[in-house]
Design a binder for this molecule. Structure first.
Ligand code: AMP
Length: 455
């Protein structure tokens, strides 16, 4: 996962991009970067870690111009190192071109191997660099024509925002896997992964980009084009389950409301006698509120999160992840003694977080712990930009619900059903959403994906 931002025709564009990235920090914490355009030059600054740390001191004042793009990275393709920072900029025969990418190109390895076989040199291990090579190799003149020429060769998920000396261009892949929105601020335009970025910089939310849409911003204003080859929509359901911020509007719906609905449905499907409903913070909070409202059981913040620790899961080292749960969450012991607790979380991936939290709750004195998960079992890896482990490491692909319950040490465990996941949608499950992480039905039945699933 990553977060992207684009600012066009706004004074202090770098500062607005910085603030936008701040509001998208949950989408990636490994690296951050901003590129601005000014008087025919692109200016870049990027680094490892949090946005607030990267752009400290006078860094922003060294990024002049009214146009900027920015990126926060959470590696799903390529290693976690400075060479894989975005935006990624090239200086090629037609000038400067910089790009920020959210998503994952499924056939990138094959395309890269083809380029390398012809002597091309890559500077990073990111799939994004393949897009730049394709664009540089295209015979078409205008950048929009080159995008139309090369993007249909890509498989997978991409939301892109490009910056040249004079233009900004945003693209969303034809499946519309990842969110990308358009905003307006005075005479300028904003592109962002989520509306949380628009809110912070006081831009007006205009609309989501359409799947397959190319939007160009230049001196004349904004113009929109469509990539050839419409594909079945496949919005990522995991954005609703876990990834997006609850205050964002994603795929034209408020994420908080959707998550609360998951909790309400969970209470309908899997009620149990208990004294209180406790979320695993922060990801379980809206669903726990929904569960509490539906069940009539009191909602309690029985676990308190230390907000000064990053999302543990994002740290690439397994050792840090294990240590992280304790650093991050602590129980309110007096609340728990002798109590029957319904613990709500959004998902179980490897099962290690739930196991530690349940032990924590029991050690705090709870008499019973009933785990309720506001999504179906995560049994399949994502190849479209969510950082999930291989199939073997996903506990739901190896164990039954009963076995998972034993592993995590809960008194009972239930997941939201596939049907209830779509409480908000009249369409049949899978018709408008990619829910391959729950079903194994990948929207593109590629050879690449089939191979990757075997790992
Ligand atoms: P675990 O079962 O220990 O692997 O961790 C599951 C927890 O990680 C859940 O409570 C989620 O809130 C969170 N989570 C789920 N998917 C992801 C992801 N792709 N990246 C980061 N955190 C995640």
């Amino acid at each position: 996962m990553c977060g992207i931002i684009g600012i066009f025709n706004q004074p202090e564009a770098a500062t607005l991009a910085y603030l936008g990235l701040y509001a998208l920090q949950h989408r990636g914490q490994e690296t951050g970067g901003i590129v601005t355009s000014h008087e025919g030059q692109l200016h870049t600054f990027n680094g490892m870690g949090y946005v607030a740390d990267i752009f400290s001191g006078d860094v922003l004042s060294r990024l002049p111009g009214n146009n900027a793009i920015g990126h926060v990275r959470y590696s799903t393709s390529g290693d976690s190192n400075i060479r894989n920072c975005q935006p990624f900029t090239i200086n090629y025969s037609r000038g400067y071109l910089s790009v920020a990418h959210n998503g994952n190109i499924v056939n990138a390895a094959r395309l890269r191997a083809e380029f390398e076989a012809h002597g091309a040199i890559f500077q990073s291990t990111m799939d994004t660099e393949v897009i730049l090579h394709l664009l540089a190799a295209s015979k078409k003149d205008d950048l929009v024509d080159r995008l139309k020429d090369v993007l249909p060769q890509l498989k997978g998920a991409y939301c892109l925002v490009f910056l040249t000396e004079s233009r900004m261009i945003a693209v969303r892949d034809p499946h519309g896997f990842r969110p990308l929105v358009l905003g307006k601020k005075a005479d300028g335009y904003i592109i962002a992964s989520e509306t949380s970025a628009l809110d912070l910089i006081e831009a007006k939310y205009v609309r989501a980009l359409l799947p397959g849409e190319i939007v160009v911003f230049d001196q004349k204003g904004m113009s929109s084009y469509q990539l050839n080859g419409a594909k079945k929509k496949a919005h990522c359901i995991f954005e609703y389950v876990y990834f997006a911020r609850p205050d964002s509007i994603v795929f034209d719906r408020n994420v908080y409301e959707i998550r609360k609905g998951f909790g309400r449905m969970l209470a309908k499907e899997h009620p149990i006698e208990a004294d209180m409903v406790v979320p695993v913070p922060d990801s379980g909070v809206p669903a726990a509120i929904g569960y509490s409202e539906e069940s009539g059981l009191p909602f309690q913040m029985g676990l308190v999160r230390n907000h000064y620790v990053g999302r543990t899961f994002i740290e690439p080292e397994q050792a840090i992840r294990h240590f992280g749960v304790k650093v991050k969450i602590n129980p309110v012991k007096d609340l728990m003694v002798g109590k029957r607790i319904i613990l709500i979380d959004d998902s179980i991936v490897r099962g290690t977080t739930s196991k530690k939290i349940i032990k924590m709750v029991r050690d705090a004195g709870a008499s019973e712990v009933h785990m309720r998960i506001s999504s179906p079992p995560t049994g399949w890896p994502c190849f479209y930009g969510i950082d999930t482990p291989t199939r073997k490491e996903l506990i739901a692909s190896q164990k039954s619900v009963k076995e998972i319950c034993e592993f995590i040490g809960a008194d009972s465990l239930s997941y939201l059903s596939q049907e209830s996941l779509y409480w908000f949608e009249k369409q049949k499950p899978g018709e408008w959403f990619c829910d391959a992480c729950f079903t194994g039905n990948y929207p593109e039945g590629d050879e690449e994906i089939q191979k990757a699933i075997q790992v």
